[in-house]
Design a protein around this ligand. Sequence first.
Ligand code: ADP
Ligand code: ZN
Ligand code: ZN
Length: 676
Amino acid sequence: MSCLFVQVVLDTPLDFCFDYRYPAGVASVQTPQVGQLVVVPFGRRTEVGLVVDVKEDSDVEESRLRDVIAVLSDIPPLNAEWIALCRFAAGYYQRPLGEVALPSIPKKIRANGQKALERAWKMLDKADVPVSVENPVKPQLHPAQQQAVEAIVHSDGFSPYVLYGVTGSGKTEIYLHAIEGLLRQKADAQALVMVPEINLTPQLEKSVRDRFPNERIVTLHSRLTEAERLRNWLAILTGRARIILGTRMAVLAPAPGLCLIVVDEEHDPSYKQQEGLRYSARDLAVWRARQLGIPVVLGSATPSLESWQHMLTGHYTRLELKERAVRDAVLPLIRLVDISRQPLNGGLSGELLQAMRQRLEKGEQSLLFLNRRGYAPVMMCEACGWVSACDRCSAYMVYHKAHRLLRCHHCGCERILPRTCPDCGNADLQALGHGTQRIEETLAGSFPDARILRIDADSTSRKGSLQQALDTIHHGQADIIVGTQMIAKGHDFRNLTLVGVINPDTALFSQDYRASERLFSLLMQVAGRAGRSTHKPGGNASEVLIQTRYPVHPLYQATLSHRYEHYVSELLAERKSAGLPPFGYQALLTAEARSIDKALAFLSEAVESIPDRYGVMVNEPIPMAMMRIANMERAQLLLESASRLALQRMLKAWLPVLRGKKSAVRWQIEVDPMTI
Ligand code: ADP
Ligand code: ZN
Ligand code: ZN
């Protein structure tokens, strides 16, 4: 019998497949098959690769062909749909297929193959029978929820839905019912539920486990150990896991029986991977649903403009929940506190302090939200104007008072705060602005008896400390919580009746055109932390106080009604007139070098080398807004087109040319960038 050949992709930056001989002996039981994982020689090493094609002959010279060493034969081959998904992602985001497919396979498989696998299989078999408990309690769905569930469960083929509902309106309940309905239809059906951040998975995981005590449920996110990841991945691949919960990486879960994809908080920027393969997990989820002909549910209180526009044009179906699900849990009253004409006490207005006092009197909790950790964002000398700039970045070093440290949040660089001004010797350095630590200090002064809890990246760096802090809140052991966006999302605090938002104005003047969309959704999200449960007799009504210098700004005015659609049409009109997404498509080429001139020169040469523009608009290369990070100077080139196809064609023709250039400049291409 003649020898067969396989085409294999490896995790290398080289954008092609490698041919290997597939000798009969290597797989006594198996014939070569697309989707198999194989061990192959590569240079002097061996690597695990993925078979993407099986052929009768090869164009590679006989003498240069090498043999497949082994087949990882106890893993079922990855299915064709999964490979197609990786191929699409690779093509669309302009990366080699190997760099998409292989990194999504657990390291343990790629590193030591067989042995790790045997162990994982054993663990998997041991843990195979979930314990069964009595029937879980389910709330009676409201009519709008019922309708949404019906629509999803009875979808005919590919059906994208935008599930639009304020926080607490019962979206999660819809996911759970839809999963139940769809899993019941087919014994091997699987459902994938994605959340934006890891710290939201435990909560959702608990709801799902409580609701489906007899199903195997696995998670996929970056905090898993490699052993856990391997086990979960195998459970998914073999169809044993029926529900998969995960962060953006879960969109590449090799589930053979997917019948539903849910993307919760679909507008969240963390669905976009910011390095390596810069994919949008939401967009890939929709692509995957289309390819499989299944429903995909995009849930949000503030859907992305992309999804909203698809809804307006009828590509996506709108499912709407207009009220909070729990009876009497009304939406909090939003108040705008004009701070332009009043003195503040350590960054806090009299109204906010007063509102907090009222909560303390009734034993209720308050949450202050501010997106700045540290004590003060800048230290300054008033005598000579010295500021705490980072030497390595175009950014200020943030003051962390507890350790008397100046720390750059971009490059991680640290130094002790000098006792006197480094330039003029003035002993009186001023802290400018407020970070969470400083607000915590102010509060301790104003409310000496209150239990104050700060939650930010600094206070929760130890493993498990975030959960501990959240438990403290749930057990009522904190009166005032000060936190960054870590606590803005998802968490359901029963005794919280006041949310204060401190200094959100900077986003109004950001040059990032998505900043206001993001601010709006963040405000809705933090507002959603208040008033989740039934209002207590005699207690305070739930309130959100936004401290701003621009209370008349349309964005703030729109928050008053909690209704996103009042604002979204305005945003869409702006985007349309500027040809920005979702009305135009973009790609961003960025370059990093030791000098900005080099980076800019690289981009200019790159422009020269474009073989065909296909009508794409090529902007001037410019320095990035954050020009220097860790001593690397950064520049960018923005490409814009009204046609996604034209942009794709242009990139496809151009990037191989760019890859062929020898240059010391590091560059990256990002398709559909989130920030420009
Ligand atoms: P969302 O995901 O939109 O923020 P959830 O699904 O978490 O909202 O629901 C918010 C709260 O309302 C939860 O405590 C949930 O148990 C409750 N809830 C949801 N649907 C119902 C219902 N039909 N009847 C009673 N309570 C409900
Ligand atoms: Zn720095
Ligand atoms: Zn000075």
